[in-house]
Write a protein that binds this ligand. Structure first.
Ligand SMILES: C[S@@+](CC[C@H](N)C(=O)[O-])C[C@H]1O[C@@H](n2cnc3c(N)ncnc32)[C@H](O)[C@@H]1O
Length: 189
């Protein structure tokens, strides 16, 4: 258990694994390399489904190749669009089984660091995600302190503190490391 504390991404995955069940649906709001998308597809199993958003076509193509290699391609719908538009997709809005939505903020490691998540659109997408989750579902965010990341992190911190009683919201970070990433976890009651 202590080992999962050492990396925010490992900690987040352990939390998702606790909640997401075979047959559930999930959303990867920031596909990037596709590692998280594949992880979600493995959690939901062959009866489940994952929607993956990224604004970069090249990232989606790389992620698709990984999903194919891992044998989970058929479980994933790829959406080359901003996550702030997730509430415009009828398949998502009318899906009662969304057990997890995950955000790994920042930029695609294989691409241009200038193409990064932005505080305003991230906040819009978080609001939508909290609505879309089924009861008992989990919303996770891994937020960093690079350039625009710090402002994004502060906005998320303020947002989760004001979530209503229908949710329990947590944040985790290493307190004695400067610029450590923060894991935000929101559980819907
Ligand atoms: C840190 S990477 C994600 C890492 C990924 N989860 C993985 O497993 O490799 C952040 C991704 O967010 C994408 N992104 C930036 N703004 C976005 C937006 N508005 N909607 C969806 N994706 C966005 C970037 O293109 C980038 O690929």
């Amino acid at each position: 258990m202590i080992e999962t504390f050492r990396r925010q991404t490992a900690f987040i995955k352990a939390c998702i694994q606790d909640v997401l069940k075979p047959g559930d649906s999930a959303i990867d709001a920031t596909v990037g390399t596709g590692e998280d998308t594949v992880f979600l597809a493995e959690c939901v199993g062959s009866a489940g489904h994952v929607y993956g958003f990224d604004i970069q076509r090249a990232a989606i193509e790389e992620a698709k190749a990984l999903a194919k290699q891992q044998g989970v391609l058929e479980r994933i719908t790829w959406l080359c669009d901003g996550h702030e538009h997730m509430d415009t997709y009828p398949d998502i809005v009318h899906n009662p089984k969304i057990g997890a939505v995950t955000f790994n903020l920042g930029y695609w490691p294989d691409g241009d660091p200038a193409v990064t998540t932005q505080p305003e659109t991230t906040l819009e997408a978080l609001e939508q995600s909290a609505e879309l989750l089924r009861s008992g579902g989990i919303l996770t965010v891994c937020a960093y302190s690079h350039l625009t990341g710090q402002a994004e992190k502060e906005k998320i911190e303020a947002w989760i503190q004001n979530l209503g009683r229908g949710y329990d919201a947590y944040s985790f970070e290493v307190k004695n490391h400067r610029k450590a990433p923060t894991a935000f976890i929101v559980l819907k009651k």
